[in-house]
Structure formats: C-alpha cells, structure tokens
Design a protein around this ligand. Structure first.
Ligand code: SF4
Ligand code: SF4
Length: 321
C-alpha cells in the first residue's frame, strides 16, 4: 500500500538540503522491527526533553489542560506559542520551553512530570508519524519514519520490537484516534491546492479556537447566535457542554462544515439567509464608512486653512496641526 508514497521518498536523503536530518528517509510500516529502549539509567536521560520542538495536537492540549486543572486559554498562554503550519497561515501550536532556555517546562530530574498525559509526539519518539493523503482522496494513510538523533543512546540498547508493539506500549492508539479529525482537516487544507487562495483571517481564527481553545469554543457553541444558526439536538448539546472529548469531536465536524462546506451540520431554516443579511448589512456599513472618509479627504484637500478665505470650517489644512 505504501509503495506509491515510498516512490516519492526515493532519493530524498541524497538530494535533501537537510542531509544531517535525524529522520531516516524511509517509509516504514507498523510491522517493521526497530532497536530501541529508553529507561532511567541511560546516559542521555532527559536529553530529548532538554531541547524541544514539539507540535501539539488538539487532543494533547485537552489532556494537558485537564491534567493541570486550568482553562484552555490559560494553558495556551503559559505553555505554548502559535505558529503557522503552512504558507496560508493554518494555525498550529508548539510547546513553549522554559524561559531563556530550550528545555520542556514539564521536565524534572526524574523525567516527565506529566508522563500519563504527555503529548503524542513525546509518546511516539523516536518514531515519526507520517499522515499522507492524495488530493483526490479524503482518508489519510499512515506510515512511520525513524528518528535517529546522535544524542539518543536508546538506539544502542539491546531490545528489538515492532513499531506496532512500540505504539501499543506507549499508548498512542487513543491519541491517534482522537486527533484523526484534526489531521484530516490539516491534510485536506494542505492538499486543496492554490486554487482556493489564502483563506480569510477569520477562518484561521475559527480553526484555532475550535481546535485548541476548547473552553472558548464551548462558550461559542452555547451562544445565542450559534443556536440560532445550527439545529443541535438537546441531548447532544448537553454532551458538548459536559464532555471535552465530545466537544473536540464536534469541533472537527463543525470545521468541516464551515471551511469545506461539507454539510455535516443541520442549519436552521432561514439561518443561511439571516447570515447573508447580516453580512450584507456589515458590508453596507463598511461601504458607507469608506464613502464618508473619502468625502472628508476630498473636502480637506480643497479647503483653505482655518480663518482664511475658502475655509469651510472642517478643520482641514490647519497649519497648526
Ligand atoms: S512533555 Fe514530558 S516527555 Fe514531552 S518533552 Fe516535556 S518532559 Fe519530555
Ligand atoms: S534514550 Fe533517547 S528518548 Fe530516552 S532519554 Fe535518552 S535521548 Fe531521550
């Protein structure tokens, strides 16, 4: 199944401008055996957490903010920074290291202080998860690559296991499943091609809120304007209010509806027309503002300075300004 993608990787190491990249340029399937073990007595203990570059999935954010007992907004502010995942500004978040350093804020001498809720990238290491999708397909395909960094001595340990066994040991299946909707959105946007152009800033903001700032998204979902637009059964709404995981799943459905017009939600009768009406009113207000500014600029251009013949009293061309 991976053959066609493997072809795309052929020669990548030879021609790559990143020849020192630790990612071994080969597509691996789950039954591939690797040599690896990480334990407290390795000489490189905590080396991987001392210099981090970790992208978080929406489910990572959910798990960590709940573990810490803080809101998604507080978590994002204190522990992450935003970045653009592609040239169209698709928003992603990465871990913010300690102030003035490169180590993870959760690293302690004993290892990881949030081990049970550590992000998926930390669980996978030293495997990299690759999600691939052809432009004519909706479902993504999964493959793996091996990351062999010089400082990581776990590759010299005498233990051999398949990638599938390693995934199961690290508990990534649940994480992969709960981030699948997000990965598909990311892939779909990336493979949409240049034809649709750069999405408006508002759609990136919506993507950010729905994927990462879950508590703010919840407030949006229970708002009057949302409920005037979408027909969500009462029982489902109760679940969304009470259950973060259900809310996150719903966030992906919602984004498919608004970003890709997939009709995955039911809109209330007249909601589309009401939205168009609001947009028309807003567009008209912007047009009126533009016209009145333009008239003012024109008036000021031809008005004499205050107190001189031709001064209309508008204050334009006041030499004291
Ligand atoms: S979350 Fe834990 S495992 Fe991941 S980088 Fe931080 S300390 Fe290391
Ligand atoms: S063996 Fe690798 S994964 Fe384990 S602590 Fe060392 S650098 Fe980190």
């Amino acid at each position: 199944m991976l053959d066609q993608y493997d072809q795309q990787f052929k020669g990548i190491g030879k021609d790559s401008p990143f020849q020192d990249s630790p990612v071994v340029p080969s597509m691996l399937e789950g039954d591939k055996t690797i040599q690896f073990r990480c334990h407290r007595d390795v000489k490189c203990w905590n080396a991987c957490c001392s210099n981090i570059d970790i992208t978080l999935t929406p489910y990572d954010v959910l798990r960590l903010k709940n573990r810490l007992g803080i809101s998604s907004g507080e978590f994002l502010k204190q522990y992450t920074f935003p970045y653009e995942m592609d040239k169209d500004g698709m928003p992603g978040v990465k871990f913010n290291p300690i102030e003035g350093g490169s180590a993870c804020q959760f690293m302690v001498p004993e290892g990881c202080s949030v081990y049970e809720d550590r992000p998926n990238a930390c669980r996978y290491y030293p495997i990299a998860l690759l999600s691939l999708r052809n432009s004519d397909e909706y479902v993504d395909r999964t493959a793996y690559a091996l990351v062999q960094e010089k400082h990581c001595l776990g590759h010299q340990e005498n233990r051999f296991l398949t990638i599938d066994d390693y995934r199961s040991e690290q508990g990534v299946a649940d994480y992969d499943e709960k981030s699948r909707g997000w990965r598909q959105l990311v892939l779909k946007r990336k493979s949409a091609g240049p034809g649709i152009g750069r999405p408006p800033a508002a759609s990136n903001q919506l993507f950010f809120m729905a994927c990462y700032d879950l508590d703010r998204f919840r407030a949006f979902v229970i708002s009057e304007s949302f409920n005037n637009t979408y027909d969500i059964p009462v029982e489902q709404m109760a679940e969304l209010v009470a259950d973060d995981e259900k809310l996150l799943e719903f966030a992906f459905t919602f984004l498919r509806h608004v970003l890709f017009n997939e009709k995955s939600l039911v809109e209330k009768d007249g909601a589309y027309e009401a939205r168009m009406e609001r947009l028309k009113t807003k567009a008209e207000a912007i047009r009126q503002e533009y016209l009145s500014n333009r008239d003012k600029i024109e008036d000021e251009k031809y008005c004499a300075p205050p107190g001189q013949p031709g001064d209309c009293g508008c204050g334009g061309n006041d030499e004291r300004q």
